[in-house]
Design a protein around this ligand. Structure first.
Ligand SMILES: Nc1ncnc2c1ncn2[C@@H]1O[C@H](COP(=O)(O)OS(=O)(=O)O)[C@@H](OP(=O)(O)O)[C@H]1O
Ligand SMILES: Nc1ncnc2c1ncn2[C@@H]1O[C@H](COP(=O)(O)OP(=O)(O)O)[C@@H](O)[C@H]1O
Length: 217
């Protein structure tokens, strides 16, 4: 299924560009490189994507705890939480999801500039939106972590009872049921969160960070 892009939305995006024409970029006096040197680690965006119930929040928070314990500066941006504040005006139509991911991508980029390892846990079902997030930052700054758990497993877990509601038609546009999930083509990490032990999944992520010289084990 192809994502429906609202033409009105595109038109207002053009308006935003013209509104910002008198705005001048101000260079920071403390740079990301300065922060990185002081903290002895690089910053990066770890972008967890997958179906509801695939294990994004669990894995992102477990990786966060492991990194925090080692003394790294980290932060988790979680879909459910962000939708209580910054994105509380958004629903789950294709257009709203696109705007949700656009805002989160910009916020994640700010965390990157602040020298923080930022872990985002959003369904982010559309390839184009995830690729747009990737394009916002330099090569190597964006690590896509596909939480790979099939629909059957996620539905059996149904930790929030949302699949049952979606099957009964009580929630519309539910990912995997009545709204598509487009799997990543070539994520930096493909983790079998449907079948692999959580501890092993955490190790997979830490190994990747070490291999990429983001952290030193
Ligand atoms: N229609 C529909 N589709 C998918 N998910 C739904 C929906 N309605 C509510 N929820 C709950 O909202 C969480 C997903 O929010 P996200 O911001 O991650 O979604 S998205 O990236 O904008 O697609 C998602 O959280 P997770 O289960 O942690 O993925 C659900 O709890
Ligand atoms: N390897 C794993 N990684 C992450 N979650 C797992 C794993 N194995 C089992 N789970 C379980 O799957 C459920 C996933 O829920 P959650 O993290 O809220 O998913 P999501 O954020 O993708 O909706 C949790 O109950 C978690 O304990």
């Amino acid at each position: 299924m192809i994502k429906f892009t609202n033409l009105m939305n595109k038109a207002s995006a053009g308006g935003a560009t013209s509104r910002s024409k008198n705005i001048v970029w101000h260079e920071a006096s403390v740079t990301r490189a300065d922060i990185s040197r002081q903290r002895s680690h690089k910053s990066v965006i770890l972008w967890f994507t997958g179906l509801s119930g695939s294990g994004k929040s669990t894995l992102a928070n477990a990786v966060n705890a492991a990194l925090f314990k080692k003394g790294f500066s980290t932060y988790v941006l979680d879909g459910d939480n962000v939708r209580h504040g910054l994105c509380k005006d958004l629903g789950f139509s294709d257009v709203d999801r696109e705007e949700n991911i656009r805002r989160i991508s910009e916020v994640a980029k700010l965390f990157l500039d602040a020298g923080i390892i930022v872990l985002t846990a959003f369904v982010s079902p559309f390839r184009s939106d995830r690729n747009a997030a990737r394009q916002l930052v330099d090569k190597g700054d964006f690590i896509e972590v596909f939480c790979s758990a099939d629909l059957k497993t996620c539905e059996e877990r149904d930790t929030k009872g949302l699949y049952a509601k979606a099957r009964k038609g009580e929630i519309k546009d539910f990912t995997g049921i009545s709204s598509p999930y487009e799997e990543p083509d070539s994520p930096e990490l493909n983790i079998e969160t449907g079948s692999r032990d959580l501890d092993k999944c955490v190790q997979d992520v830490l190994c990747k960070l070490s291999e990429l010289n983001i952290i030193e084990e």
